[in-house]
Structure formats: C-alpha cells, structure tokens
Design a protein around this ligand. Structure first.
Ligand code: C2E
Ligand code: CA
Ligand code: CA
Ligand code: CA
Length: 280
C-alpha cells in the first residue's frame, strides 16, 4: 500500500509538473503572439428579442498557434490574467474592436452596431481604465455609445468602493457597462441597486437548463423583473435552442445571443451577414 501510495504521488506530481510546464510554455508563447498575428477577434451577433434585429456584437479573442493549433480562451485568458499579460493585451483588443466597428455597415433598421468588449478583473484593478477607453474612442473615432464593456459580476462586487468610482468614471466617457456572467456570484440582485450598470448578462449556465430546471427559470425571471424595475437592460447568452429563446422572449428579456441565433464570426462574415439583411 505504501509503495502504491508513493508511485501514486509520483504520478500526480509528475502530472502536476507537466501541467505547470505546459502553462509556462503557453505563457511564453502568448508573449508576442499578438505581434506575430496569431491572435484575432471574432464577433458574435447580439439580437434585440422583440424584432430579432442584429443590433450589436460581442468581441471574442481567438488564438491560432502555428504548432499547437487553436487554443481556447478559457485556457489562455486565464494565463494572460495570472501572468499580467492581459495588461498589454486588453488595450490592444479594445483598440482593434473599436477600429473594426467603424467599418461595419448599419443593420437592416439603419442602426449602427455596438461592439461589446470583455474586460478582465485585472484590467479593472490596474491603472485608469476610463482614460484608456477615452483614448481608444478618440483614436478610433468610434462614438462612445457604440462601445460596451463587459465586466464580470464577481470582479465588480468584490470591491464595491473601487467599482463605484470606476463605473462613475466609465459612465462619464459615454460607454455602456454590462455585468457579465450575472447570477454566478452570490451577491447579484441586492447589489444591482448599488452599482450603476446599464445591463446584466445572464450567465449561460442558467440558460442551458432553462427548459428543464424550474429553479433556473425562476431565477432568470427574477433577474429580468428586478433589472427592469431598476431600468437595466437584460441580455441572455448561450441560447442554443428555440425553447430557450421562447421562454426568454415571454419573460421580456431584452437582448439575446447564442449559437441558435448566430455563431461568432470574423469581421468579413459579419459584414456579409449585414449586407444580406433586407433594408426597410
Ligand atoms: P464569456 O464572456 O462568457 O463569452 C461567452 C462565451 O460563450 C464565448 O466563449 C462564446 O463563444 C460562447 N458562446 C456563445 N454562444 C454560445 C452558445 O450558444 N452555447 C455555448 N455553450 N457557448 C456559447 P469563448 O469565445 O470561448 O470565450 C470564453 C471566455 O473567454 C469568455 O466568456 C470571456 O470570459 C473570455 N474572453 C474571450 N475573449 C476575451 C477578451 O478579448 N478579453 C477578455 N478579458 N476575456 C475574453
Ligand atoms: Ca462576455
Ligand atoms: Ca458571460
Ligand atoms: Ca459565462
């Protein structure tokens, strides 16, 4: 038993070494990946529920490594965050998204699309995000109202004082702020009163089981009612089936996003999609 335990430990520690090594390797590779052109943004359409009009997109980062292939954001965003690389990568993403958005045509209703950019917790804590946003709007010439920022609920709630002053500053730039992954933190609903946000994005883990799990449906309905009472927009992500769309539509969810509606697209495909839309 002792022997087995030992070899077991050795096995785990070797597996651990391996994981650590792999992470370090990826971190090294991620350094300079943007400059080498391995990173690019894709854009997932977001629709208004009422008329199913495409009104904006979420910018999502992709890493195509020349040898390792496609590395999922769930893996490299975390590495970028832990290593501090996100501090240089984040602003590049913001700039690229704003510049891109200027090239897109209007939707079928003649509305200009917004672009929603994910901001990681580390970016929130480091330096002046509002100043970076302002600079970015200035350089790109994008109207502030067309830029949305997605901050995770937990990052915002964890430091309420910081959050309040930061959100205040962000608001003055004219961009919209959404709380991402909403419902996954504990604080959720009661904190909505304190933090001045424009929207909440109901986490896809709630949407996933909407048709089967009465608790998820109840919670989602409560979030929508509460947010609307406070004048906050509700976005649902991760819609993969019509049944989920129907439930959200019935409950008055404002905006929807998910594979059932549209996958993330590169900018050229997005433009083609917009051009194909009927004009009124
Ligand atoms: P997120 O912000 O929650 O983004 C939504 C994720 O759900 C995206 O995964 C998107 O591709 C995926 N998704 C969209 N529709 C569906 C659906 O119908 N079903 C399912 N199962 N998934 C759907 P992705 O692109 O792999 O990104 C994962 C996470 O990585 C994002 O989660 C976000 O937290 C982070 N991320 C991605 N790009 C960036 C970035 O530029 N900056 C930062 N800070 N984080 C990013
Ligand atoms: Ca997001
Ligand atoms: Ca999310
Ligand atoms: Ca999520």
């Amino acid at each position: 038993a002792k022997l087995a335990g030992k070899s077991c430990f050795r096995y785990y520690s070797r597996a651990l070494d391996h994981a650590v090594e792999r992470r370090l390797h990826l971190e090294q590779e991620l350094r300079g990946a943007w400059e080498r052109g391995e990173l690019h943004l894709v854009y997932q359409p977001i629709f208004r529920t009422l008329d199913r009009m495409l009104i904006g997109v979420e910018a999502l980062l992709r890493w195509q490594h020349p040898v390792l292939g496609a590395i999922p954001p769930s893996m490299f965003i975390d590495i970028a965050e832990q290593s501090g690389l996100i501090q240089t990568l984040g602003p590049k993403v913001l700039h690229a998204a704003c510049l891109r958005a200027r090239q897109w045509p209007c939707n079928g209703a003649g509305e200009e699309l917004f672009v929603s950019v994910n901001v990681s917790p580390r970016q929130l804590r480091s330096g002046d995000l509002a100043a970076a946003v302002e600079q970015c709007l200035h350089v790109s010439g994008l109207a502030a109202s067309r830029l949305h920022l997605e901050l995770t609920e937990t990052a915002v709630i964890s430091d309420e004082m910081l959050a309040a002053s930061l959100l205040e500053k962000l608001h003055r730039t004219g961009v919209k702020v959404w709380l991402d992954d909403f419902g996954t933190g504990f604080s959720g609903l009661s904190h909505l009163r304190q933090v001045p946000v424009d929207g909440v994005k109901i986490d896809k883990s709630f949407v996933a089981d909407l048709q089967r799990d009465p608790d998820d449906l109840a919670l989602t309905s409560a979030i929508i009612a509460m947010a609307h009472a406070l004048g906050i927009t509700v976005v649902a992500e991760g819609i993969e089936h019509q049944a989920q769309f129907d439930l959200l539509n019935e409950r008055g969810c404002d905006l929807v996003q998910g594979y059932w509606l549209a996958r993330p697209l590169d900018s050229d495909d997005l433009v083609r999609l917009l051009d194909a839309a009927p004009n009124p």
